[in-house]
Every structure is written in structure tokens, then in C-alpha cells.
Design a protein around this ligand. Structure first.
Ligand SMILES: N[C@@H](CCC(=O)N[C@@H](CS)C(=O)NCC(=O)O)C(=O)O
Length: 213
């Protein structure tokens, strides 16, 4: 059964290339897992049909036969169970991958998202600046010592962390952290990411064309 990744049919231009279905596309591309894209009309995101697969009216969701999951982290871990490319099966590297996936979601993204969201209103001082810098600094120290977060090689943990760090305002804030900057650049140069990103941009551009008819 082919995996189905759910996203919106259309979003306004600013978030294009960053909508979180890209995490699932990227993982499938890395692992060579066949998938299709299914789309809910952006205007229909609070309709019962979509809420049955994503109770917060967001995307992404993943459908795998009888199983439907929401939350990009849960979807990534589900994909990780299907491919050692994404998540090793041996206990130690698997545990490292799991801890860094959760660290990405719970120690980094819980700071980065509110930080850049507050930044959109251009406050004189971002109250989360110190919190963000402490997280970036600690992560930089880890990446001074190694090229990947877990398992001594690319895993889901790197995919997720690089996607968290590539938000434009955040990427600009990585300047003082050379190891973190080099890491982010390295992970984002992977062909699977470049394909996933282009495919998402093409998906939303096609929706523009369809809506203009
Ligand atoms: N924690 C969720 C966040 C999902 C999320 O923020 N999705 C965005 C697109 S990237 C969305 O649907 N935003 C529209 C909204 O929140 O109404 C996950 O990782 O899946």
C-alpha cells in the first residue's frame, strides 16, 4: 500500500517550501519509500473530514493503510520504523536517534517557533533571545564534535533538526555558531531535501494555476 502524505492544496506564498509535509516528503525520498500527495482544500481544513485526521486543522498527516497519523514527529518515527536509512534498528543508535528527534521537537522547536513568531512583529528586543541563544550554543558545542546528531551517520534526527533550523530568520541567527551553520548547510545540501522542497513548491504553484482558471 502506497503511503499518502496529506498537505493543503494551496497556501499563500510566504510559507511555501516550509510547510511541514516537507519533512515527510524528505524522509520518503531519503528512504526510497513510494508515496503520493493528498491535499485538503485550505479553506476546508476545519471541516470534519480533515479534523478526523488532524484534530488541530493543521498539516501534515500520514496515511499508511489502516493507520493514519498526525504530528510530523510521529509521522517521521512511523517512517523510521520502515527504513534503517532513517532510523537504525540496533538498540544504541536507535535510542540516539529517538532522543535527538524528541530534542528537536521539544528542546529546540519549542523555543525556535515562538522566537521567530515574536520576531515577525519586529520587537525592539525579543524576550526569547537568551533562551534561543543558549539552545543554539549548546547544539553548536555538540556539533563541534561530530557531523551528525545520532548513530554516527545521517538519520531522521538530522532531517528534523535541519528543517527546524532552516527557517530564514533562524538561519540568519546561526552566524555566530560555525559548527551549527556548517551542519545545517551540509544536511540541507542533500538531494532528497532539494527534491522534496522543489516538489512542494511545484505543488503549490500548480494550485495557483488551477485557482486562476
Ligand atoms: N506540531 C505540528 C505543527 C503542524 C503545523 O504547524 N502545521 C502548519 C503547517 S507547517 C499548519 O498547518 N498551519 C496552519 C494552522 O496552524 O492553522 C507538527 O509538527 O505536525
Amino acid at each position: 500500500m502506497t503511503l499518502a502524505i496529506w498537505t493543503y492544496d494551496w497556501v499563500p506564498p510566504p510559507p511555501r517550501g516550509h510547510v511541514r509535509d516537507i519533512r515527510l516528503r524528505w524522509a520518503c525520498e531519503e528512504a526510497g519509500l513510494p508515496y503520493t500527495i493528498r491535499a485538503v482544500r485550505f479553506e476546508d481544513r476545519t471541516e470534519p473530514d480533515h479534523l478526523s485526521r488532524q484534530p488541530f486543522a493543521q498539516v501534515p498527516a500520514l496515511q499508511d493503510g489502516e493507520v493514519t497519523l498526525f504530528e510530523s514527529g510521529a509521522c517521521l518515527l512511523h517512517l523510521g520504523e520502515k527504513s534503517e536509512t532513517l532510523m537504525p534498528k540496533d538498540a544504541k543508535p536507535r535510542a540516539e536517534t529517538l532522543e535527538w528527534v524528541i530534542a528537536g521537537l521539544n528542546s529546540m522547536e519549542m523555543v525556535t517557533v515562538p522566537w521567530w513568531f515574536i520576531g515577525l512583529s519586529k520587537p525592539a528586543e525579543n524576550p526569547l533571545e537568551g533562551w534561543l541563544q543558549s539552545r543554539l550554543s549548546r547544539l553548536d558545542s555538540v556539533l563541534v564534535q561530530r557531523d551528525h546528531l545520532a548513530a554516527g551517520r545521517f538519520t531522521l534526527a538530522d532531517l528534523l533538526m535541519a528543517d527546524i533550523l532552516r527557517v530564514p530568520s533562524l538561519r540568519a541567527a546561526l552566524g555566530p555558531y560555525p559548527a551549527l551553520t556548517a551542519y545545517t548547510d551540509r544536511i540541507l545540501a542533500r538531494p532528497a531535501f532539494l527534491k522534496a522542497r522543489q516538489d512542494q513548491l511545484d505543488h503549490f504553484a500548480a494550485a495557483d494555476a488551477a485557482r486562476a482558471k
